[in-house]
Structures are given as structure tokens and as C-alpha cells.
Design a protein around this ligand. Structure first.
Ligand SMILES: [Zn+2]
Length: 400
């Protein structure tokens, strides 16, 4: 299977053992799941489904960042305990993921459950000379990790600029160099705080994933994923911490999903134009959401238009009518139409979901024209199932 590896900056043939360990950075549970999350997690879901279909066993680990610089202010604004906010949003996220029929994660560690592991890692980084204490904070010293920047390939100036935009503190006088990043910090008034050898406080964001991925999957993860905006600083910092400590690659392959915009604008919380999965689910069948997202390639930035939901609902209707009643089998015994093999082949080519989407709809059109026999109907059901779309039940919501 070929995939675009961010670190190698090219499409590479993945060489994987029977068992595949995958770590995908999860959500900060302070708001509902939006379409950008769904696009990201469904891309990895498609990857997992195809790997399982090829005979691999996949262990998916997807964390919850239930303490960081985003959830704490939101909880304070709502006058709510941050963990009760997290609990509610995790429930909503899980309901959305279940409705979208994503393969379940084997482990869903929460940052607040993993504080001891983070403290251990920070202590080891201090002992090894990769970190330093400055006033009430512990920083990672990037000068001790010459490969810093190897994942993104960004220049130091670009990294400093992005760090300032994405939660870093390049101007903090407590740090020695602008790209050093926080491993541990004193908590502000009202924020949660844990005891540690470097004073009471809370972890920095990046160390959370290094500690949680190491606990669940060991030194080297086969495939590490997340949204494209995590390449820098989050994943670059994860690499620095983990590789400085373990002397082994953090991940063999890095797979990132591209940004999703909304009708001409960046989809963002500050613009107030987030498209929530729960709102879409109220209007269209969750399988239609999957189908709509399959029309876009995970690695290319794209825009969502509201009309796509209705188009996908109609397309799902076509697929369900064509595939209904056919048991999803590969057509053995009465020949093969080649549809399943075609869908497998396009998925193997850097997860080309738009081509798989087109192949499914072409096959459904052939069935509707009466130009196909039971074999194609069975393969259509099997190919849709491989893409996470079960054609055996009627549409959940009628198209308005
Ligand atoms: Zn992460």
C-alpha cells in the first residue's frame, strides 16, 4: 500500500508487519465534533479498514487532550469543571464516531490519566540534559536535538512564526531559545495542578502525546496521524522529546489529513462557521456523511458546501437500492465483476477515496440500468462495506 509520508515528502510503499500500531492525535474535548475532525478520523478509518481487509491487525490509539490551554479557559468561561466539560464532549464525540461507524480505538488514553508517565518522561529529559528548569517552567532545549524541524522541513524563522500562532511562547523570557517549548508549567489560579519534582503544575500539550503513545505502543509507532495543522509544532515537538529520550524513530510513517474549509472560508471556531457532525446527522444519514467525505482526497485541501450533504444523501439512496438484498461477498462461485479489486487498488494508491466513490456510483448506475447481475450487486455491497458503508439497511433520514 502506498501512502504520502509527510516526513519523506513523497508517496511511499508502506512495509508493515502483520500487526500495525497506529497513533492518531485525538480531540481536545471542549466543543462538538466538526466536519474537519470527521474528515481526519474517517481518512484514518479508511486506512484501517483497508489494512484489516489485507489481513493486518491494527491497534488504534487515539487520545483525549482533557487538560491543555484550550479546554481550561473554555471551562472557566462556562463556569464548569473542566473534567465535566470533557466528559460531556467525549460522549458527544463517541456518539458521532459510532454513528459514522469508525473502527473503535483499542486505547483512548486521557491526558489526566497519564500525568505520572509525563512526569517520568520530563524527569528523564532533565537528567539527560535535553530539558531545563527556568523559574516555574520546564522547557525542552531544542539545541540538544539537531534534527528539530525534520518533519515539517520548515526554516527556523517559519517555525518561530508558526509557534507564535499555534500556542507556542517564542517570546517568553524564561526560555533560552525561541523554539524551546514547555514540558511543565505552574498552573494559573483556578487551573488544575499536580505535584511534581519540579514544582506543582500541569503538563505542556506536546509531552502528553509522547507519554501516551509510548505507554500504549512503545518507542516506535508504525503510523502516526493527525490533522495537517499538527505537523508543526505538535508533531515536531513530539519527535524531539521521544527521539531524544529513546534514540529510536517515533514513527515509521507520518500521515496527515488536509484542512477543510467551508464555502470559501477557513472553517474555524473564531469565524463561528464550524459545521458540526451532530447537525449534519440530524439532516442526513451518517452513511451519506461518509460518502460525501469520500468524494474528497484526504491529502488535498478542500471546501465543504452545504449542497454536498444532499447530493450524498441521493447518492446513498442510489447505492442502497442497487446493493440492497445482496450479501456482501466477493462474487466467488459466479465470477467476479472486478469492482472490489478496483476499489482495493485505488485505496492502495494513497487512499484515493474519490476514485473509490466514483467506482461505487458507476456500479450502482449499471445495476439500475439492469446491465448487471447478482455478482456486481454483491461486489457493490462488499466494496461499500470495505469503505465503511453498510448497504443492508434503508436510509435513516429521508432526503428533504
Ligand atoms: Zn498529539
Amino acid at each position: 500500500m502506498r501512502i504520502y509520508d509527510t516526513a519523506q515528502r513523497s508517496i511511499v510503499e508502506m512495509e508493515l508487519d502483520d500487526h500495525v500500531g497506529m497513533y492518531v492525535c485525538g480531540i481536545t474535548p471542549y466543543d462538538a465534533t466538526h466536519l474537519g475532525h470527521a474528515a481526519t478520523y474517517l481518512a484514518y478509518d479508511l486506512l484501517i479498514r483497508r489494512l484489516e481487509n489485507m489481513g493486518h491487525t491494527v491497534t488504534l490509539v487515539r487520545n483525549y487532550t482533557d487538560v491543555d490551554d484550550s479546554i481550561l479557559p473554555k471551562a472557566a468561561e462556562l463556569g464548569e469543571h473542566y473534567l465535566s466539560l470533557a466528559e460531556r464532549e467525549i460522549d458527544r464525540f463517541e456518539a458521532d464516531m459510532a454513528a459514522l461507524r469508525t473502527r473503535p480505538a483499542a486505547h483512548e488514553p486521557r491526558a489526566t490519566w497519564s500525568i505520572d508517565a509525563m512526569i517520568t518522561m520530563i524527569s528523564q529529559l532533565l537528567d539527560a540534559g535535553h530539558a531545563y528548569i527556568s523559574e516555574d517552567r520546564v522547557f525542552f532545549d531544542v539545541t540538544t536535538f539537531p534534527d528539530f524541524g525534520k518533519l515539517s522541513g520548515y526554516s527556523a524563522d517559519r517555525m518561530i512564526e508558526l509557534a507564535a500562532e499555534r500556542g507556542g511562547t517564542p517570546d517568553d523570557p524564561r526560555q533560552r531559545s525561541p523554539l524551546d517549548f514547555v514540558l511543565w508549567q505552574a498552573s494559573a489560579d483556578g487551573e488544575p495542578s499536580w505535584p511534581s519534582p519540579f514544582g506543582p503544575g500541569r503538563p505542556g500539550w506536546h509531552i502528553e502525546c509522547s507519554a501516551m503513545s509510548y505507554a500504549a505502543l512503545g518507542e516506535t509507532i508504525d503510523i502516526h496521524g493527525g490533522g495537517g495543522d499538527l505537523v508543526f509544532p505538535h508533531h515536531e515537538c513530539e519527535i524531539a522529546q521521544s527521539e531524544a529520550l529513546h534514540g529510536a524513530p517515533l514513527a515509521r510513517y507520518w500521515v496527515h489529513a488536509a484542512l477543510v474549509s467551508y464555502q470559501g472560508h477557513k472553517m474555524s471556531k473564531s469565524l463561528g462557521n464550524l459545521v458540526f457532525v451532530s447537525d449534519l446527522r440530524a439532516r442526513i444519514d451518517p452513511r451519506a456523511i461518509r460518502l460525501a467525505l469520500m468524494a474528497h482526497h484526504y491529502h488535498t485541501e478542500w471546501e465543504w458546501f452545504d449542497s454536498e450533504g444532499l447530493t450524498a444523501q441521493r447518492d446513498l439512496d442510489t447505492l442502497v437500492s442497487a446493493g440492497a438484498g445482496a450479501s456482501p461477498a466477493a462474487g466467488s462461485g459466479d465470477g467476479s465483476s472486478g469492482l472490489l479489486a478496483e476499489v482495493q487498488a485505488v485505496l492502495d494508491d494513497n487512499l484515493n477515496a474519490p476514485m473509490a466513490h466514483a467506482a461505487l456510483l458507476d456500479a450502482a448506475a449499471a445495476v439500475q440500468r439492469g446491465a448487471a447481475g447478482v455478482t456486481l450487486r454483491r461486489e457493490l455491497a462488499a466494496a461499500a462495506d470495505l469503505c465503511g458503508i453498510d448497504l443492508s439497511s434503508p436510509l435513516a433520514t429521508a432526503a428533504p
